[in-house]
Design a protein around this ligand. Structure first.
Ligand code: ADP
Ligand code: ZN
Ligand code: ZN
Length: 724
């Protein structure tokens, strides 16, 4: 007798364990397969995660599996191991982890393979009745062509004669699956001779460990990735490459298709359900040996990995912010170990976390400090917007930016205008002296909450009065909020009525294919201006862009997040990197109200190392990650009394943990979340920060403080991206 341990595919905490079922003798069940099982009065789907010969349960009470669902094991061994790892380390529910591993369409049974009907001759010698001219034509045709689509024959020769032949048994009908083709831009890519720097990088990255590839924008990282992937394929291995956003994939995918053809599969959220299902199966069955995709592609069922690449590794989008929460780096690290393969993290602006790991020897650093074609990095000009104001210019655009735009238009070149917008939170700033209020305890910027007219610290919950007078210079000229892309386009049109101006942001790219269409229109427009948010910041490679304008560089500087300065540095470097990639040195006009902030000085000099040193030191002395961990537990419920009560109980227990690890705790408090009510649910949070030494122990102990019942409605987040 065989038994199967099954995880029920339901999101309830109470079902978050393995249930034992009998495997009927006449049923073939393999590890990792989906099955239907009786559960109470219901029949539910589940995953077989273990098969054993015996059980401790009373055999007469163990129910049998009803049947299998797919006929093959959808969860491969590596993914089972990953499931256990994620459950143990990230405090996630088993079913919610398994769901990450297959296309959601498969679970709901909403998509099927696309089957196409074909016909072929069954007999060679066929006697036809007289006058059956069409039938004779069909037979002649099939003798020649052997196989053809049913629909094709039917529309060329008629349905009646074809079905007559089928009925008589002269022609047979069969079905074959047709994979839905994912759309991509077709380009002809010539393989390039590597530059010595690229060659050195490719040669260095040869051992099965983690490398941090720090290459300036335009240093030709993509070509390095492709060479590494080629090598993996030549060694009989497979490759997985992650890119941060869909807006990047048209170009990246086109490049990869041109180089690797049908071996490439693409996984991202912009695919239709059918496309995703087909791509997933092409990977699963080994037809595609190179996977390119966004974050979720890290869970692709690709086997025999030789290399994993995370491009733009510093990007926030690699961290999933909705349940189940995970960091792609961590999953990649797991898969690297499991497959004993290479992991490459690439960026022009590595995260403070990753760079620290490189300095500490956990990653090996590989550097490409100059551009492929030897082009100088764009010249970054910092424009003091307060100074513009003092000289009577209160427009969005500074005088230097207008002058440069005029120059671009005259030369029939292209410009990108970048609007720094992030989330919906905003800060208050003095228009006279640039003062921005910060929390006294946390040294992060305060967030303005319009509804209550208060400033709040998102790290400790402390509230401050909104500014009406600047504490620094006494001015009443206080401003809040940010400038939007739409407004910028309108303004630009006034000055350049004849120049094509494109807008790329969340609003203009919500439909399928919108990214590609905007980008390809812009590519043809000379002169042309592209106005956009974070979406235009990275990856794009337009030869004729010689100018980048950054409208409000400070926007990301004053987010209530200890990473806001790091993000600002990354953004400026990335957007600047869009300029001057071809023949003419690019120029960047950076508009700011805090021109003396150190972040701009380092960015202006492309001094990543200097910036890292300064920033890492600041984090160290203020006790923020990567030198500590921030942990948030967010409770939410429609009944405010219930959340308040539940969180209080939990908080009291966490305080005991704090007592136990007195020397490790830096901060612990409970508070309403800054956004206290979302979608009718009240939100409360426990926030804590502790040292790294015993971090895992502390996390586990804190997790135990959460009531079992509450576990399905909480968020347990390490170093959350956002505390609102
Ligand atoms: P990065 O990702 O490092 O910013 P890219 O990979 O986009 O840089 O490369 C920058 C540009 O240089 C691209 O237009 C690319 O086609 C080109 N390029 C890359 N490698 C070479 C090479 N070896 N020779 C000539 N051009 C190259
Ligand atoms: Zn604070
Ligand atoms: Zn002031």
């Amino acid at each position: 007798m065989k038994f199967a341990n099954v995880i029920i595919d339901q999101d309830a905490k109470a079902l978050d364990r393995e249930f034992v079922y009998k495997i009927p003798d006449d049923l073939d069940v393999t590890l990792g397969e989906r099955v239907l099982v009786p559960f109470g009065a219901r029949v539910l789907e589940g995953f077989v995660v273990d098969i054993t010969d015996e059980t401790d349960y009373d055999i007469s009470k163990v129910k049998p599996i009803i049947r299998t669902v797919d006929g093959f094991a959808v969860i491969k061994k590596e993914m089972l191991a990953l499931m256990h790892y994620m459950a143990d380390n990230l405090h996630l529910k088993l079913a919610s982890i398994l769901r990450l591993f297959l296309p959601s369409e498969m679970r709901t049974g909403k998509v099927k393979e696309l089957k196409v009907r074909f016909v072929r001759l069954k007999n060679e010698d066929i006697t036809l009745p007289k006058n059956a001219r069409k039938q004779a034509e069909i037979i002649e045709f099939l003798k020649e062509k052997k196989v053809e689509k049913f629909s094709e024959i039917s529309s060329n020769f008629g349905y009646a004669p074809l079905s007559a032949l089928v009925k008589k048994g002269d022609v047979e009908v069969f079905f074959e699956e047709k994979k839905r083709a994912v759309d991509y831009d077709k380009i002809a890519l010539k393989k390039r001779e590597l530059t010595p720097l690229q060659q050195r990088a490719v040669d260095t990255i040869c051992e099965n460990k983690t490398y941090l590839l720090h290459g300036v924008t335009g240093s030709g990282k993509t070509e390095v990735y492709m060479n590494l992937i080629e090598r993996a394929l030549n060694n009989g291995k497979t490759a997985l490459m992650l890119v941060p956003e869909i807006s990047l994939t048209p170009q990246v995918l086109a490049n990869f298709k041109a180089r690797f053809g049908e071996e490439v599969a693409l996984i991202h959220s912009g695919l239709s359900a059918g496309e995703r299902f087909d791509e997933w199966r092409r990977i699963f069955f080994g037809e595609a040996r190179v996977v390119v995709g966004a974050r979720s592609a890290i869970f692709s069922p690709i086997e025999n990995l030789g290399i994993i690449i995370i491009d733009e590794e510093h990007e926030q989008s690699y961290i999933s912010e909705s349940n189940p929460r995970y960091d792609t780096h961590e999953i990649a690290e797991f898969r690297k170990k499991y497959n004993d393969c290479i992991l490459v993290l690439g960026s022009a602006t590595p995260s403070i976390d990753s760079y620290l790991k490189a300095l500490e020897g956990e990653y090996q650093l590989v550097e490409m400090p100059v551009r492929v074609n030897g082009m100088e990095m764009p010249k970054i000009v910092i424009v003091d917007m307060l100074n513009e104001l003092r000289h009577g210019n209160s427009e969005i655009f500074s005088i230097p930016l207008m002058a440069e735009l005029g120059n671009v238009v005259e030369k029939k070149k292209q410009a990108m205008i970048f609007i720094n917008r992030r989330g919906f939170s905003s800060f208050q700033r003095c228009r006279e002296c640039g003062y921005v209020a910060k929390c006294k305890d946390c040294d992060v910027s305060l967030v303005y909450h319009r509804y209550e007219n208060k400033l709040k610290c998102h790290y400790c919950g402390k509230r401050y009065r909104a500014l009406d007078i600047c504490p620094s210079c006494g001015s009443h000229n206080i401003k809040q909020g940010a400038i939007g892309t739409e407004r910028v386009v309108e303004e630009l049109k006034k000055y350049f009525p004849d120049v094509p101006i494109f807008r790329m942001d969340n609003d203009t790219t919500s439909t399928k294919g919108a990214h590609r269409s905007i980008l390809s229109q812009f590519r043809e427009a000379k002169p042309g201006i592209l106005v956009g948010t974070q979406m235009i910041a990275k990856g794009h490679d337009f030869e004729d862009v010689i100018l980048v304008g950054i409208i409000d560089a400070d926007q990301s500087l004053y987010q209530a997040d200890y990473r806001s300065i790091e993000r600002t540095f990354q953004l400026i470097t990335q957007v600047s990197g869009r300029a001057g990639r071809s023949k003419e040195q690019g120029k960047v006009i950076l508009q700011t109200y805090s021109p003396r902030h150190y972040v701009y000085r380092y960015a202006q000099n492309y001094d990543f190392k200097g910036f890292f040193k300064k920033e890492a030191n600041l984090r160290k002395v203020t006790n923020f990650p990567p030198y500590t961990k921030v942990l948030r537990i967010l409770f939410s419920h429609e009944d405010e009394n219930i959340v308040a009560k539940e969180i209080k109980v939990c908080y009291n227990k966490v305080q005991e943990v704090k007592e136990k690890f007195k020397d490790d705790f830096i901060y612990l408090d409970v508070m309403k979340s800054p956004l206290n009510r979302i979608k009718t649910k009240y939100r409360y949070q426990i926030l804590t920060r502790f040292k790294l030494g015993k971090a895992k122990e502390i996390e586990d102990e804190i997790y135990k403080c959460i009531d079992e019942k509450a576990k399905s409605s909480i968020f347990f987040e390490i170093n959350p991206q956002n505390l609102s």
